[in-house]
Design a protein around this ligand. Structure first.
Ligand SMILES: C[S@@+](CC[C@H](N)C(=O)[O-])C[C@H]1O[C@@H](n2cnc3c(N)ncnc32)[C@H](O)[C@@H]1O
Length: 331
């Protein structure tokens, strides 16, 4: 039945996995648990990126020990990143932390996203097709609201529904400590989200985002320029998938940025924007992480922790680990 309801672009194998995942989904709904698993592409942030998103909150705790904290998330999908931020706030006992989640929960991807791969289609079509279906049917928004309701932190979340180009301009200038951008990957849209984020962040605050696999200076700019309004493509020179619109918009706004496995971040200092070195802090396993990811990042975490015994050489090693440059696939 499910196979008929979803887009024909979803493969039979994926549809069968979705049927299985759907039963888990129903179990989570009735059992009052968050649901972030495979159906509806719930686990959006790469597990390695999640480590560094968490690390940014550790960094802020160490640098600023804030009494209150106001964050904005642009693009929440079904809530994986939101839950991760909330968990990180709780880890430091930030009772007065709050996050405003802005999402349209509308199918802004359309066919452009599905057709945007270069030089040939790459196997992300299923993810985009699943996302389009979950948005069209209202499942994505319902799941996000469910996940927040059962998170144990729902009083820390304000939901702002609508396209970011309409909702962000309504938020208070310099009213926020952190803006996390993870909505559309099209250049024009990312440029607009970053422009707003810079306006929203207080002195000392942070603008960060997902999906920067290559900095603009690292891509074959001439070859990829025609694709900047698409979702993700493969760079012919670097031979890895990336989001060209994110790379270009981030570069225009900040130049080269600090980036950890695709999670990028800059700090406002007066009228300037500075890189943020997260390699001085140990990483910890995020609480909500699945068993598969646990195995995958376990050895990485071990090597990362061990490097703290190696002084300067260890820091070099951590820089290399955190670049994620040996990582070639992902969502
Ligand atoms: C990649 S997902 C976000 C993933 C989420 N941060 C996570 O880690 O789980 C992108 C989200 O951005 C939303 N989106 C895309 N374009 C948007 C726009 N112009 N305004 C608001 N939301 C948008 C989509 O509805 C989708 O939920």
């Amino acid at each position: 039945m499910l196979t008929k309801a979803v887009s024909p672009k979803i493969s039979t194998q994926k549809a069968t996995r979705m049927e299985h995942a759907l039963s888990l989904f129903l179990y989570s709904l009735t059992g009052g648990k968050p649901y972030l698993s495979e159906a509806f592409a719930g686990q959006q942030p790469d597990a390695f990126r999640t480590l560094f998103m968490q690390s940014l909150i550790d960094y802020i705790e160490e640098e600023q020990n804030p009494e209150s904290f106001e964050a904005v998330e642009v693009g929440s999908w079904v809530g994986a990143s939101t839950l991760n931020w909330l968990d990180s706030f709780a880890h430091h006992g930030w009772d007065r932390a709050h996050i405003t989640c802005c999402d349209a929960w509308e199918n802004t991807y359309g066919l452009a996203g599905l057709e945007g791969h270069y030089p040939a289609p790459i196997p992300l079509d299923d993810t985009l097709a699943v996302m389009a279906t979950a948005l069209n049917t209202g499942v994505a928004e319902a799941l996000f609201r469910h996940n927040i309701a059962v998170s144990g932190h729902k009083e820390k979340v304000t939901i702002v529904k609508g396209l970011s180009q309409r909702t962000l301009p309504r938020l208070r200038s310099e009213g926020f400590d952190m803006v996390f951008i993870d909505a559309s990957h099209a250049y024009t849209q990312v440029r607009s989200d970053i422009h707003e984020a810079k306006r929203l962040v207080k002195d000392g605050g942070f603008v960060c985002g997902d999906d920067l696999e290559l900095q603009w200076s690292e891509c074959d700019r001439t070859a990829v320029e025609p694709y900047i309004e698409k979702d993700c493509i493969v760079d012919p020179g670097a031979d890895r998938y990336f989001h060209p619109g994110v790379s270009k918009a981030v570069d225009e706004a900040f130049g080269s940025v600090s980036v950890y496995w695709g999670f990028w971040v800059m700090q406002r200092v007066g009228d300037e924007w500075r890189k943020v070195d997260l390699t001085g802090l140990p990483l910890r396993l995020p609480r909500g992480i699945g068993d598969k990811e646990k195995d995958l990042i376990g050895s990485f975490l071990q090597a990362y922790q061990d490097s703290f015994k190696l002084g300067d050489a260890g820091r070099q090693l951590r820089r290399q680990f955190s670049s994620g440059k040996f990582h070639t696939t992902g969502a």
